[in-house]
Design a protein around this ligand. Structure first.
Ligand SMILES: Cc1cc2nc3c(=O)[nH]c(=O)nc-3n(C[C@H](O)[C@H](O)[C@H](O)COP(=O)(O)O)c2cc1C
Ligand SMILES: O=C(O)C(=O)c1ccccc1
Length: 398
C-alpha cells in the first residue's frame, strides 16, 4: 500500500504562493471557470462544444447544483497532522481517491491526445481509464503510463468476437479492469453538435482501438486507412447493440478474467441486478449530462445506489466532480472513489500532459486541505454523519 502521508500539508498551494513572491502567477488558471474559458479560446468551437456540451443543459446544471444540497460539518481539535487520501477498490489500495474518467476522441483537444493524458496521469500518480473510442491505441497509452494503474472502458460492440479481442488486448497491456459503459447505446440529441454538424468519429477520429484490432480489420475489404468511409460504416454498425439486456452480461463475463464495472447505473434496482449478475463494481454516472437531459443528478442517485449495493461491490461516482469538497461529499455518500472528467480535458487543451498533471495535483491538494480542515485524517473515516442537507441550513443529521 502507498499513501500520501509524506506530502507536506498544502505543498502545492505553498509553491504557488512562493511563485507570487517572485511576481509570477500560475500559467494555468486555478479557478476552473477561468481554465474552461482559456480552453475555449484555444479550441475550435466544434471541439470545445463537443466536450463542454451535453444532451441539453438541465442535467449538466443539476449535476453541479446537487453538490450544494449537501454540506460538510467540520470538526475541531482532531489530529490531522498526517492524512491518508487513499481508497481501497477491487481489492487494491489506491493512493488517491480519483481516476481520470474515460473521455473519447482526445485528438480533437490536443495532438498527443490520450498519450499526453497518460504522461500527465503518471506524473501526478493518478490512475487513468482509457476510452474505447480513443485516438491512440490502448497499447501505446499503456506504454506511456508505465506502472500507473489503468482500466479499460469498453463500448460493448455488437460483435462478441470484437469485444473479446479488445478485452484481451487490454488485459495483455496491463489494464486491471473493464468499465462497460451502458448509457451510450446511441448518441443522444446534442443540439450544440447538431448546430455545428459535428461528429468527430465520422471523419475517422477516435477509432484507433478499432483500426488496430485484428477482428475489426478482418471484417473490412481493405485496410482501414485506405477506405475511410467503409471503416466508419463498419464502426457505426458494430459500435453498440441497443437490443442487449441483462442476460447478455454472462457472455461478456466469460470473455475476460478482468473485474467488470458497469458505468451509467442510476437506479437502485439496476444496482441490485448488477450485484446479482456478478460484476465487481458499478459507476454511478449520467455521462456528465451528455445522454439523457432531464435525468436525475448523478449525486442524487449515489446514496440510494450505495445503499442498495451495501458494500457488496465497488461503487464509483462521476458527473460533476469539480473540487475537493465534491470528492469528500461523494465519499461520505457512499462512493469508494470518483472519476474526474471535463476539468482534466481543459488542462490537456491548454498545456498538454503538464496541464493534466496540474489539474490532477490541484484537485489532490484541494482534497487534502478540505479533509484536514473538515477535521478528518483519512478519507476512509467519512460517512453520512459528516454531512447535513445544505438547503436546510441547519446542523441536523440526514
Ligand atoms: C468529451 C467527452 C467524451 C467522453 N467520452 C466517453 C467515453 O468514451 N466513454 C465513457 O464511458 N464516457 C465518456 N465520457 C463521460 C465521462 O467518462 C464522464 O462520465 C463524464 O465526463 C463525467 O461528467 P463531468 O465531466 O461533467 O464530471 C465522455 C465525456 C466527455 C466530456
Ligand atoms: O461523446 C461521448 O460522450 C461519448 O462517449 C460517445 C462515444 C462514442 C460515440 C458516441 C458518444
Amino acid at each position: 500500500m502507498s499513501d500520501r502521508r509524506c506530502d507536506p500539508p498544502g505543498s502545492y498551494q505553498t509553491r504557488i504562493y512562493l511563485k507570487g513572491a517572485k511576481g509570477e502567477r500560475p500559467s494555468l488558471p486555478v479557478r476552473l471557470e477561468a481554465l474552461d474559458r482559456l480552453a475555449r479560446e484555444r479550441l475550435s468551437p466544434e471541439a470545445y462544444w463537443y466536450v463542454a456540451g451535453g444532451a441539453g443543459e438541465a442535467t449538466m446544471a443539476a449535476n453541479l447544483a446537487a453538490f450544494d444540497d449537501y454540506r460538510l460539518v467540520p470538526r475541531v481539535l482532531t489530529d490531522v497532522s498526517q492524512r491518508d487520501l487513499g481508497r481501497t477498490l477491487l481489492g487494491r489500495r489506491f493512493s488517491v481517491p480519483f481516476l481520470l474518467a474515460p473521455v473519447g476522441v482526445q485528438e480533437i483537444v490536443h495532438p498527443e491526445a490520450e498519450v499526453a493524458v497518460a504522461r500527465g496521469a503518471k506524473a501526478a500518480g493518478v490512475p487513468m481509464i482509457l476510452s474505447t473510442v480513443a485516438s491512440r491505441p490502448l497499447e501505446e497509452v499503456a506504454a506511456a503510463l508505465g506502472d500507473t494503474p489503468r482500466w479499460f472502458q469498453l463500448y460493448w460492440p455488437s460483435d462478441d468476437a470484437l469485444a473479446a479481442s479488445l478485452m484481451q488486448r487490454a488485459e495483455a497491456a496491463g489494464y486491471e479492469a473493464v468499465v462497460v459503459t451502458l448509457d451510450t447505446k446511441m448518441m443522444a440529441w446534442r443540439e450544440r453538435d447538431l448546430d455545428n454538424a459535428y461528429l468527430p468519429f465520422l471523419s475517422g477520429k477516435g477509432l484507433a482501438n478499432y483500426t488496430t484490432d485484428p477482428v475489426f480489420c478482418a471484417a473490412l475489404a481493405a485496410p482501414p486507412e485506405s477506405e475511410l468511409r467503409a471503416t466508419v460504416r463498419h464502426w457505426s454498425n458494430v459500435f453498440a447493440a441497443p437490443g442487449r439486456t441483462w442476460t447478455d452480461l454472462e457472455r461478456l463475463r466469460q470473455a475476460t478474467e478482468l473485474p467488470i464495472l458497469l458505468k451509467g447505473v442510476l437506479h437502485p434496482d439496476d444496482a441490485r441486478k448488477a450485484v446479482e449478475a456478478g460484476v465487481e463494481g458499478l459507476i454511478v454516472s449520467n455521462h456528465g449530462g451528455r445522454q439523457v437531459d432531464g435525468s436525475i443528478a448523478a449525486l442524487h442517485a449515489l446514496g440510494p445506489v450505495a445503499e442498495a449495493v451495501a458494500g457488496r461491490v465497488a461503487v464509483v461516482f462521476d458527473s460533476g466532480i469539480r473540487c475537493g469538497a465534491d470528492v469528500l461529499k461523494a465519499i461520505a455518500l457512499g462512493a469508494d472513489a470518483v472519476l474526474l472528467g471535463r476539468p482534466y480535458v481543459w488542462g490537456l487543451a491548454c498545456e498538454g500532459a503538464e496541464g493534466v498533471t496540474d489539474v490532477a495535483l490541484r484537485l489532490l491538494a484541494d482534497i487534502d486541505l478540505s479533509l484536514a480542515l473538515t477535521g478528518a485524517d483519512a478519507l476512509d473515516r467519512l460517512d453520512r454523519t459528516w454531512l447535513v442537507s445544505g438547503r436546510e441550513n441547519s446542523a441536523s443529521r440526514n
